[in-house]
Write a protein that binds this ligand. Structure first.
Ligand code: COA
Length: 164
């Protein structure tokens, strides 16, 4: 039986912390879908297609992982793909409450789907996509926090936001 997993996020853009979770999950699952959320609640810098392209490029060396986009509920998307396990990264105690709530809500929505947690490398535990966007916007060096595809996309986005 093929063990399928799904790792979802907004990935605006993908960071090395996200990539660390993808790498860990890819060693546990036979196939991993990195699911990029359309995210109505977040005003994203990057379009859905741009975020999927960044993820796909960043995971191209991980044979059993692929990027997809989804809208609507994560559990519905997981169900439609025949996936029974959702992977979440747990970075710090501060993540716990939100993750606990999300896992239990998802379980209530679809009891056949379980959530499993992986701890990313400590050195990435403080990263968020919005802090990276802020550093980029203010001209700081974010290169050590993101894979090359995110760095290129951020460089272009900053330039276009500044009208150049
Ligand atoms: N490394 C670096 N950053 C990380 C990280 C890691 N390992 N894990 C999380 N983060 C960052 C994210 O980039 C995000 O930063 P941001 O707020 O600046 O964008 C922040 O931590 C929160 O991450 P997360 O909780 O994973 O939020 P998300 O927006 O990336 O993903 C969804 C949330 C899309 C998975 C969730 O909202 C969802 O499932 N939506 C679909 C609708 C649905 O089913 N709703 C019901 C849910 S109960």
């Amino acid at each position: 039986m093929t063990r399928l997993g799904i790792y979802a996020g907004t990935f605006d853009p993908l960071t090395l912390g996200h990539l660390d979770v993808v790498e860990r999950a890819s060693r546990i699952f036979d196939e991993l879908i990195v699911a990029v959320a359309a995210s109505r609640s977040k005003q994203t810098w990057f379009s859905l297609d741009e975020r999927v392209a960044i993820v796909q490029k960043s995971i191209e060396n991980i044979d059993n992982a692929r990027a997809e986009s989804f809208g609507g509920l994560l559990v519905d998307y997981a169900d439609s793909q025949g996936v029974k396990l959702i992977v979440r990264g747990l970075r710090a105690i501060s993540d716990f409450e939100v993750e606990f709530q999300m896992a239990l809500t998802n379980r209530k929505l679809n009891p056949r789907i379980e959530t499993v947690f992986l701890m990313p490398k400590e050195e990435y535990s403080y990263l968020t996509s919005s802090s990276i966007r802020e550093i980029a916007e203010m001209g700081g060096d974010y290169s050590k926090f993101v894979p090359a595809a995110s760095r290129h996309a951020l460089e272009m986005k900053v330039r276009s936001r500044k009208g150049g």
